[in-house]
Design a protein. Structure first.
Ligand code: GLN
Length: 496
């Protein structure tokens, strides 16, 4: 049997005709979470609270005045604070940390009458591209369980891909929403930096981090973004830019739009099947009336180096707060203060986190600051300029989300540099602070004969990047493409 990936429209239609209730829908998702427990997508499931909230929403729907996400069930990456429940960031160091308040994005979901179903597994502190760096075990790709789901928001992505929630919140610092979305065949949207408040988001790299939705269709991603976006007095970097009604831009029309394919993204190293899928996709957009042409992003080859220098620099400073003194793990064995700091951090952090703290501290150190950190900041400006120039000529830049299909669990864990290269197409949007979305655009040639995967292939994602705060344009193109194709309907097999 297959799982049902759910859209809010389908649920709402069933609610309207009286064939279900939000309570029953929530119960169904809880059942799917139980049945798919081996995928390890969730770190905490809110059985009672979710059912209670579902009944509350049913009452509101009956009485009138229900919020814009009434009927929607949402999972939340465990890097976002939620009052009264654990926020572990998939790290031993925060294993028993209970958040005293809600992140703004979480509070807005609650206020919109979403049912929050649980906290999802992730790479420790959102560091990774495969969700193998969790202190609580790796997450599996529901399309092929020998493969990684991508990372770092792998649990949130799998929750949607395996029919365990309508939508989920992830975070994207260098690709952690888009890359897993591509690997599991769902929609993943990284908003413009500052579009969504970071209040209550445990920081990885403060000048990159953005919260955004996973969903099984573009419309549901638009719905979630409408609710979580917008200025927040609690986050000085949240932008004072009005939030459009994103759903109104889903007009199924790309006529007159210009879409740029960066020559640099189609060079060596791109898997042939991915190139073929993106080429076919470009043809479909052309057939829909878009003007598709080549653009240049000349500094593309420097993006990974610049990202990993700046991200580790910021991460090393953000993670300095975990010292065993205020919250989180404190080593039991230490007799004096500096040993307590050292031991608490040595015991609490995993290998990748330690690696990045060391790298980040190094690039910020007095003798190397100019050579690495400062240089990388200059490269960041060049990358931003590349995009500005490209957007003089086109409305949207399109390229693959990932250079390869989902890789095998364990394949890259021994070689961090190979793992970092999985982000080669995603980090530039974070360096430039731009909005970007990944949507399903095909499957690789069948690797098995599983009938329910649309032939047994692995998902391929198309990435669209837009001008700052122009999420509407991305959603419009993505929605039009989605309606023209069947990829988003492909469902992974979940044994019951
Ligand atoms: N894979 C990238 C990294 O490891 C991106 C992480 C993220 O977006 N949180 O840093």
């Amino acid at each position: 049997m297959t799982s049902g990936r759910a859209t809010l429209d389908a649920t709402r239609a069933a609610l309207r005709e009286g064939s279900t209730t939000v309570e029953r829908v929530t119960e169904g998702f809880l059942g799917a979470i139980g049945a798919g427990a081996r995928l390890n997508a969730f770190l905490d499931v809110f059985h009672d609270q979710a059912m209670e909230q579902a009944r509350r929403v049913d009452r509101k729907l009956a009485a009138g005045g229900a919020g814009p996400l009434a009927g929607m069930v949402v999972a939340v990456k465990d890097v976002l604070c939620m009052e009264g429940v654990k926020t572990t960031c998939a790290s031993k160091i925060l294993e028993n940390f209970v958040s005293p308040y809600d992140a703004t994005a979480v509070a807005r979901l609650k206020a919109a009458d979403a049912v929050l179903i649980g906290k999802t597994n992730m790479d420790e502190f959102a560091m990774g591209s495969s969700t193998e760096n969790s202190a609580f075990g790796p997450v599996k790709n529901p399309v092929d369980e020998s493969k990684v789901p991508g990372g770092s928001s792998g649990g949130s992505c799998v929750a949607v891909a395996a029919g365990m929630a309508h939508a989920a919140l992830g975070t994207d610092t260098g690709g952690s929403i888009r890359q897993p979305a591509a690997f599991c065949g769902v929609v993943g949207l990284k908003p413009t930096y500052g579009r969504v408040s970071r209040y209550g988001l445990v920081a990885l790299s403060s000048s990159f981090d953005v919260i955004g939705p996973f969903a099984s269709c573009v419309r549901d991603a638009a719905r979630v973004l409408s609710v979580i976006a917008g200025e927040d007095p609690r986050d000085a970097t949240s932008a004072e830019v009005p939030v459009p009604a994103y759903e109104e831009f889903l007009t199924n029309d790309v006529r007159g739009m210009t879409i740029g394919l960066p020559a640099e993204a189609f060079a060596e190293g791109l898997a042939p099947e991915i190139r073929a899928a993106v080429d076919t996709c470009a043809d479909a957009l052309r057939a829909g009336g878009a003007d598709v042409r080549e653009v240049r992003l000349p500094h593309s080859s420097a993006t990974i180096s610049a990202y990993y220098i700046l991200m580790t620099a910021e991460a090393s400073s953000n993670l300095a707060r975990y010292d065993g003194a205020r919250y989180g793990h404190r080593s039991a064995g230490a007799r004096e203060l500096s040993a307590m700091y050292t031991r608490s951090r040595s015991e609490g952090f995993g290998a990748e986190t330690k690696r990045r703290i060391m790298l980040g501290t190094y690039v910020l150190s007095a003798g190397y600051y100019d050579a690495y950190y400062l240089k990388a900041q200059q490269v960041r400006t060049l990358i931003l300029r590349d995009y500005h120039d490209a957007f003089d000529a086109v409305d949207v830049v399109a390229m693959p989300t990932s250079p390869t299909p989902p890789f095998t669990i364990g394949e890259k864990t021994g070689d961090p540099l190979q793992m970092y290269l999985a982000d080669v197409f995603t980090v530039s949007a974070n360096l430039a602070g731009l909005p970007a979305i990944s949507i399903p655009c095909g499957l690789t040639t069948p690797v098995s004969s599983k009938p329910d995967t649309g032939g047994g292939g692995l998902p391929i994602g198309l990435q669209l990047t837009g001008r700052p705060f122009d999420e509407s344009m991305l959603l419009r193109v993505a929605d039009a493409y989605e309606r023209d194709t069947e990829w988003w309907k492909q469902q992974p097999p979940i044994a019951r």
